[in-house]
Design a protein around this ligand. Structure first.
Ligand SMILES: O=Nc1c(NC[C@H](O)[C@H](O)[C@H](O)CO)[nH]c(=O)[nH]c1=O
Length: 192
């Protein structure tokens, strides 16, 4: 049962002028999918326009830091050159409509990028090494780029903990909603 003491005190911010990137891993897709939906639904509820939400995917959480850096850098180039190509070239995935991406990317760099992954403890130390490297890598990427990188990586010990944090169990909370809220708040405050 989720504790009522946890979670951030919500603040309302207007996301209508923001462009938000989402990079998600494809490992543990049955958990990633509801987390991604919860994140996108919250962004839309905060006023972010659908065309200004750009989603890319990578194989696993280990690739998230470099993918965030590539996504942001490409959006900067696109915004300054105002057209031609698309931010998703390096990270083009079957889920991205490059035509839409090119038209929206040319407008402005991302105001925040959300990195989503699910790491589930196995029999080896692999979990610990990836969790540690990815958390430090995402923090460093945000500080290096000077943009909010939202930490949307679940590091859980079993499948039940993962399902609970994706809102898949009765009475459980989808943490993707928190990540969407954080992206809008930091995107607004960064530009203030
Ligand atoms: O091992 N478990 C996981 C995992 N491993 C793959 C890793 O992130 C990377 O993609 C490969 O090592 C290739 O670089 N990636 C996850 O997102 N969750 C896991 O639970």
């Amino acid at each position: 049962m989720a504790s009522s003491l946890k979670g951030p005190t919500p603040q309302q911010h207007d996301g209508s002028a923001l462009r938000i990137g989402i990079v998600h891993a494809r490992w543990n897709a049955t958990i990633i999918e509801p987390l991604l939906k919860g994140t996108k639904d919250k962004l839309l509820a905060c006023g972010v326009k659908e065309k200004n939400i750009v989603v890319e995917s990578v194989p696993g959480s280990w690739e998230l830091p470099i993918a965030v850096k590539a996504m942001y850098s490409a959006s900067q180039v696109q915004a300054s050159s105002a057209g031609g190509g698309s931010a998703g070239d390096l990270l083009a995935s079957s889920t991205t409509d490059l035509t839409a991406l090119s038209s929206s990317v040319a407008s402005q760099p991302f105001d925040a990028i959300i990195a989503i992954g699910v790491l589930i403890k196995g029999e080896t130390m692999h979990f610990e090494y990836i969790s540690d490297a990815v958390s430090h890598g995402l923090m460093r990427t945000g500080l290096d780029l000077g943009i909010p990188v939202i930490f949307g990586v679940l590091t859980v010990l079993n499948d039940e903990q993962a399902k609970a944090r994706a809102g898949l169990l009765s009475g459980s909370h989808n943490h993707g909603e928190d990540w969407g809220m954080a992206a809008v708040e930091l995107g607004v405050k960064k530009g203030a």
